[in-house]
Write a protein that binds this ligand. Structure first.
Ligand SMILES: [Fe+2]
Length: 401
């Protein structure tokens, strides 16, 4: 991200910076890759290292099941939170794991409650807000969020989610074991977005001002998701003696931000454009793309829906979050569905979709896609939402009953 400066920051880094009371602020450098990548400097009113209690915390059911027999699958995520269940759910601890591997975990949550204070020390989080309203309060400041926003939360950013309004906040959560950033090919050698990129700095919304809690000196809980020694994910509940939201100012290139999918400018062509033109972010071992409403291919003999394709090196996870998805008509897929097309299985339009698409001028579809380079296992939410029928929709019949 580009350089940003918020609140009260001294003119020179690593020099004395005092509160009006005369007390020194606690300077914290938060940086990636061992002081060799992006960082920010935060000025705290209290010591950010202080803790008064620590106990184990289990961050949800993270068990996984191998996708065997190897099948394309349709997962109906809306069914995971039936009725009014969302009113007691929060956007962090109520997540249900849908798919995961050693690089990335994809969860879904429908929430109406404020989350506890939380940070993910395993990797960055990219939360796509399917619908609803809210704010995310962070040590860097507050981010308003609404349907269609990606919320990027750098690893170890202490924050909490506050859903607002009468509607639930629906979140599709992509948790990396690494950092998540715009693709390197969108950036100049010095980090500016290129003219050829589908979005740029003006589309990135960071915190505008610092956030300091009203009541600073009180014990508060902070839930930390972190790695265990076997490469798994576990958690710890800390109690800290001062509220983590005590930062009076910060500057740097590492901070949480939002990006509205409506600000993604689609790249189109005379014939079908491959998925990389739809890429929005990347992490280690996966990419994130989005398919947004757009004019479609304009060669006189173009075929607007995709050709059949075999992702020999990746599993493809599509989350259908708006409009009509032409290529999947007749498959049962709708708003809130996920399709998993695993590596080793060729996939493409359902029968009749190619013919129906001929002559189309535009597609009103919205989908977020995660392509992983290692196979994905099904989480408990993935198993619970599997419709069990999708694999047979191209043939029109499955195994004899
Ligand atoms: Fe595909």
């Amino acid at each position: 991200m580009y350089y940003r400066r918020v609140g009260d920051v001294p003119p020179k880094r690593h020099t004395q910076h005092r509160h009006s009371s005369g007390a020194l602020h606690a300077e914290e450098v938060m940086g990636e890759e061992g002081f060799s990548s992006d960082s920010s400097i935060l000025y705290h009113l209290a010591i950010p290292s202080a803790i008064v209690d620590a106990t184990p915390w289990t961050p949800g059911d993270l068990t996984t099941t191998t996708n065997q027999p190897l099948l394309p699958r349709h997962l109906d995520l809306h069914g995971l939170f039936p009725g009014q269940e969302w009113k007691a759910a929060d956007p962090v601890t109520s997540r249900r794991l849908v798919l995961g591997n050693a690089d990335v975990r994809i969860s879904y949550v429908v929430a109406g409650e404020t989350s506890p204070l939380y940070r993910n020390a395993v990797g960055d989080e990219c939360v796509y807000v399917e619908s609803g309203q809210g704010v995310v309060e962070t040590v860097f400041g507050t981010l308003p969020v609404t349907g269609g926003d990606y919320v990027l939360l750098p690893r170890a950013t202490t924050h909490r989610w506050l859903p607002r309004g009468d509607e639930p906040l629906r979140c599709y959560v992509i948790e990396a074991n690494s950092h998540i950033a715009p693709p390197a090919r969108y950036l100049s050698r010095y980090g500016q977005f290129l003219e050829t990129a589908p979005y740029c700095e003006r589309d990135i919304q960071g915190p505008d001002g610092p956030l300091v809690a009203d009541e600073l000196h009180a014990d508060v809980e902070v839930f930390v998701k972190h790695r265990d020694s076997r490469g798994g994910v576990t958690g710890t509940r800390y109690v800290v003696p001062t509220h983590p939201f005590d930062v009076v100012g910060w500057d740097g290139c590492l901070y949480p931000y939002t990006f509205a999918v409506a600000d993604f400018e689609p790249i189109t062509g005379r014939v079908h454009q491959p998925p990389p033109v739809h890429q929005v972010f990347e992490g280690a071992g996966f990419v994130i793309c989005n398919f947004v409403p757009r004019k479609v291919d304009y060669h006189p003999l173009s075929v607007p829906v995709p050709y059949y394709h075999s992702n020999v090196d990746s599993d493809e996870v599509m989350f259908y979050c708006g409009g009509d998805y032409e290529a999947r008509k007749g498959s049962g897929i709708g708003q809130g569905s996920v399709s998993l097309h695993p590596g080793g299985h060729s996939h493409g339009p359902q029968p009749g979709a190619v013919e129906r698409s001929l002559g189309a001028e535009s597609f009103d579809e919205l989908a977020v896609m995660v392509d992983t380079f290692r196979p994905l296992d099904l989480g408990e939410g993935g198993v619970a939402s599997d419709d069990g029928r999708y694999a047979w929709t191209w043939a029109g019949r499955g195994p004899a009953q």
